[in-house]
Ligand binder design. Structure first.
Ligand code: 6PG
Length: 248
């Protein structure tokens, strides 16, 4: 099912979703690397991307040494903590692919949350201005409440007036409570935003995200609307089971 700027792909199982997402991401990075010296990918946390990262390491034909990696959000824990998104990404993707440290732009967590967000925003803006950050692939998960990255329903991101790209989050409903997140203003630079959702427990959120008139404050992933890119939703049948046939 596709409409301008959005495609929804539904596979039978989680394995199908992992397979399809890996192929789509690899194809997109290939196209970028055919015309540009560097490509970039923003990684997601949570459990869903784990198998995808492992699958991506099998695509040895990609010039992974020309890809820069960023993070859509980070839990505010030390980077070697078992809950750290960067640790999961290192173990499943970055270390197996031998990605040089200089190509991994982790969100810092050794300073205060405000400093971490300001520092990461500064890094992103500098790289963006020099053309090194191209936002080729932005990978996102979604929670059962419709959150994505660490943009939670009715969080302070919904009332901020400045056009910030990165901000601290306090009192997140999903532990740990303190996090750092990219904002919709940043995520919406994506050329290809890939949203992964699997399992029956995500069905109501998928339906609210794709078929309701809910505000982005209520269902944060509805703030995802890349100005020049596409959103690709990859769902398994369980996550898609509440969708209607008229979706397009
Ligand atoms: C995190 C996230 C978060 C995650 C969703 C889905 O740090 O927790 O980046 O946005 O992607 O909560 O998580 P699951 O894949 O574990 O359901």
């Amino acid at each position: 099912m596709a409409r301008h700027g959005r495609e929804i792909w539904i596979g039978g199982t989680t394995t199908d979703v992992v397979q399809e997402s890996a192929h789509r991401i690899v194809a997109h990075l290939h196209r970028q690397l055919a015309h540009h010296e560097r490509a970039s990918m923003v990684l997601a946390g949570g459990n869903t991307p784990r198998s995808l990262y492992e699958r991506l390491t099998e695509f040895e034909e990609v010039a992974w040494d020309r890809v820069d990696f960023f993070f859509g959000d980070e839990r505010f824990v030390p980077e070697d903590h078992p809950d750290a998104n960067v640790r999961m990404a290192r173990e499943t993707l970055l270390d197996p692919l031998h990605i040089p440290a200089a190509h991994v732009f982790a969100i810092p967590t050794h300073v205060s949350p405000q400093e971490a967000a300001a520092g990461y925003e500064h890094t992103l803006r500098q790289l963006y201005q020099t053309g090194r950050l191209t936002w080729d692939v932005v990978l996102l998960g979604m929670g059962t409440d419709g959150h994505t990255a660490s943009l939670f329903p009715y969080g302070s991101w919904t009332t901020t007036t400045e056009e910030s790209w990165c901000m601290p989050v306090w009192n997140a409903p999903k532990p740990p409570p303190t996090r750092i997140t990219l904002t919709p203003a940043a995520l919406n630079h994506a050329q290809l935003a890939v949203v992964l959702a699997t399992g029956k427990e995500k069905a109501a959120a998928v339906s609210a995200a794709l078929e309701s008139d809910a505000s982005p404050s209520e269902i944060p992933i509805r703030a995802l609307a890349p100005s020049h890119g596409q959103v690709l939703w990859l769902l398994d049948e369980a996550a898609a089971c509440a969708l209607t046939q008229t979706l397009g």
